[in-house]
Design a protein around this ligand. Sequence first.
Ligand SMILES: Nc1ncnc2c1ncn2[C@@H]1O[C@H](COP(=O)(O)OP(=O)(O)OP(=O)(O)O)[C@@H](O)[C@H]1O
Ligand SMILES: CC(=O)N[C@H]1[C@@H]2OC[C@@H](O2)[C@@H](O)[C@@H]1O[C@H](C)C(=O)O
Length: 394
Amino acid sequence: MKVVGLMSGTSADGVDAALVNIVRRGGISRITPLAFASLPYSRTLQQRLVELSLHGQVAEICHMNAYLGELFANAALRVIRKANYRATDIQLIGSHGQTIHHLPKGIREPGVGVVRSTLQIGEPAVIAERTGITTVANFRPRDMAAGGEGAPLVPYAHAMAFRHPRRCRLVVNIGGISNVTYLPAGGGVQDLRAFDTGPGNMVLDAIMRVVTQGKRSYDVGGRMARQGTVNEALLRELMAHPFLIRRPPKSTGREEFGAPFVQALVARQRTLRLSVEVLLATCAAWTAEAIGSCRRWISGEIDDVIVGGGGVYNRAIMDALRGVFAPAPVLTFDDCGWSSKAFEATAFALLAHDMLYGQCTNVPGVTGARHPVVLGSVVPGGAGVPVIQARRSR
Ligand SMILES: Nc1ncnc2c1ncn2[C@@H]1O[C@H](COP(=O)(O)OP(=O)(O)OP(=O)(O)O)[C@@H](O)[C@H]1O
Ligand SMILES: CC(=O)N[C@H]1[C@@H]2OC[C@@H](O2)[C@@H](O)[C@@H]1O[C@H](C)C(=O)O
């Protein structure tokens, strides 16, 4: 089956589209990447989405849901064209959407108990209408309904791509938020451990925006951070952040590490009279140390560390990670035959595909859900939902 995966992460910098071929045999899906395309958001749109995530008005959320649906559809059509296919050659789209709010711990309501919620926008009905292709979206809410955090979900795909019969591996995604997946040697999906570790590019990007008055949205190559030295006192304060100490299952987002957090951090920088370079160096080191502190909740050796997400291009973070995990080698997804940029989009192609087979793709030990569930809701395309000789498998 040819499937497009669509993803816009917490950095809100654009839609990634991965076209893959998936073959399923013996209850196992195998992926061959075919093409990848990105549709970057304008800086104004990125800013609107960041604002929306924290202070969105309902009318704007309503509008953005449909507008992003159009952009997601464009991204899908772009990757299909790039691979010289037509939309009618593609059977399925898996769209993560754009997270604009995530409340994994939930809020207690009388007569109901704790209500957990998360909101990904980018209307799948618009995607299905523009492309004619069956679209699966809204992957997170079902896990939450089963008592889980609804995140992270990509560990299912990490296991498919990176598990090894003899090596214990730590897969790290450094997106806006960072998350880890521990894959014990020879283990399967049910043996993995995974959770968000907290800070990623979101904090560094926000600092760049504040100090350049919005002219630069990230520190290219981590160059500015590499000109500073780490302030150990501030690093210790940051390592005491409540999210880092919380036991898994745990997931987070802009609600904890977005603008209000960064405003307080920049105020602290001014009190301590630190340069921007020192602040960036300290936050890059914090990202790496927070990832390293996952070892508190992981029992077992780490033979390889494999890193993906935009953070692989930040040398300050990568150098710090090498220090944190030495002597284990710190590799990238690309070193292992997978694209760092395309992986999350690919993962949502896989989740959509496996959903059609009735496969449960949440990992209850990861999200905290009470039981495995089938993730996603379907909007049929012009040819209806692809019919599968369904064989329910775990
Ligand atoms: N050349 C580069 N140098 C430094 N940093 C970079 C570079 N390219 C990308 N990045 C960083 O990577 C970020 C985007 O990463 P990515 O696309 O993995 O995040 P995301 O998928 O939005 O986040 P998440 O995984 O949390 O949902 C950018 O905002 C930027 O901070
Ligand atoms: C709610 C939400 O969108 N969370 C994202 C975010 O970005 C990284 C980390 O926080 C992870 O928990 C998740 O994304 C990936 C795709 C996941 O579900 O595995």
